[in-house]
Design a protein around this ligand. Structure first.
Ligand SMILES: Nc1ncnc2c1ncn2[C@@H]1O[C@H](COP(=O)(O)OP(=O)(O)O)[C@@H](O)[C@H]1O
Ligand SMILES: [Mg+2]
Length: 350
């Protein structure tokens, strides 16, 4: 790559000087550059795309990031510094983004790092779910959520503080694909096989945010067990297992934390319409992180309800009981009301 950069005079881009190569695949490469003020940036290159789809994907990557950042400028993804730029008279393209000083989550899983305590796993999952929520509100599906695309930010305490989700290289504008039914290249850039959901295998054009929730489930499983949810001898067998009853395949009984088991079950719900929503996933992970779940789980009956409704519980203003109102109706006393109170009114969170 160094030679290629020299050949095209890319040792320096604007005020930034090449420092080191970071990653490189067939057609893409990433490198760190630095300016005279010591600011680092990450440059992602697309080298000689083989066709229009690959080029479109590169533009889509920047467009997806832009959409998310326009909805939430603080979303935990790298900030963009440039649009896609084509090097004159070549088939080399690049864009620049903020350089994130961090360690890939894949390295952390593979090492015997002490960061992966239960509470940190829940924090990591909550923060990723929050990015999925940000993406959803911009109509973007990431489609490639795996540990190599997540950087755990470095900090002095060597504990978990924050993360950044990278690589929107196979992301898709979901609303467009749904409204216009035109993801011609749906089969071309498909992301890591480990993140494929049953509905994606059935029809990659018919996916929604639930597909990313499945990817989060796989990641969650990896963080807890350091293993993979499924193993198989062949690709065909693997596909069949995903199509089949994955919950029967998973060794969930061996997972000690029963709350984690419940979350995994909800992420691996085969029917995407019944799978847990990103909003509820965020809420229940946050209840774990904040210690609320410890208090809720002391009341067995309410805890059962909590799991049945993925944490979507309220307090009725008439009977003051915990309920999951359907069509504005309290399931306990039948009262119809627009206003329900938060759980705090019934359970003492101290
Ligand atoms: N903004 C960034 N800051 C720091 N490192 C990054 C950044 N973006 C990517 N990387 C590193 O480069 C690697 C490849 O980038 P990625 O966008 O995942 O490209 P690819 O499409 O080749 O998978 C990542 O796994 C990560 O280690
Ligand atoms: Mg990647």
């Amino acid at each position: 790559m160094r030679k290629l950069l020299e050949r095209f005079n890319l040792n320096k881009i604007k005020d930034y000087v090449f420092q080191k190569e970071i990653g490189g695949g067939n057609m893409s490469a990433t490198a760190m550059y630095k300016n005279s003020e010591g600011e680092h940036v990450l440059v992602k290159f697309l080298l000689y795309p083989r066709n229009k789809f690959e080029l479109d994907r590169f533009y889509q990557e920047v467009s997806s990031m832009k959409k998310i950042l326009s909805i939430n400028p603080d979303a935990c993804i790298p900030k963009l510094i440039t649009e896609v730029v084509q090097i004159e008279d070549t088939q080399i393209y690049y864009f620049m983004m903020e350089y994130i000083d961090g360690i890939p989550l894949s390295n952390i899983i593979d090492s015997s790092s002490e960061i992966l305590t239960n509470i940190n796993i829940a924090r990591i999952m909550r923060d990723l779910t929050s990015i999925v929520c940000d993406s959803l509100s911009s109509g973007i599906l990431h489609k490639d959520i795996h540990p190599g695309n997540i950087l755990i930010c470095n900090n002095e305490t060597n504990d978990y503080k924050s993360l950044v989700l990278l690589d929107f290289g196979v992301s898709e504008y979901w609303w467009k694909s749904h409204c216009m039914g035109s993801v011609e290249d749906a089969f071309r850039h498909i992301g890591a096989v480990s993140a494929w959901s049953p509905e994606f295998i059935e029809n990659p054009k018919e996916i929604s945010v639930s597909h990313d929730i499945w990817g989060l489930g796989v990641l969650f499983y990896r963080l807890i067990t350091k293993g993979w949810p499924l193993s198989s001898e062949s690709f065909g067998e693997y596909m069949n297992k995903i199509r089949g009853n994955i919950l029967a395949e998973l060794a969930l009984d061996q997972i000690e934390d029963k709350y984690f088991c419940y979350i995994l079950r909800r992420c691996f719900e085969r029917n995407p319409w019944h799978r847990i929503t990103s909003a509820n996933l965020y809420k229940i992970l946050n209840d774990y992180v904040s210690g609320r779940i410890e208090i809720i789980s002391k009341n067995e009956q309410i805890f059962e309800m909590y799991k049945n409704y993925d944490g979507d519980l309220w307090v009725c203003t008439r009977c003051m009981q915990v309920t999951h109102p359907t069509g504005n109706m309290c399931t306990k006393c039948g009262n119809r009301d627009d206003e329900y109170l938060p759980l705090e009114y019934c359970i003492n969170f101290g």
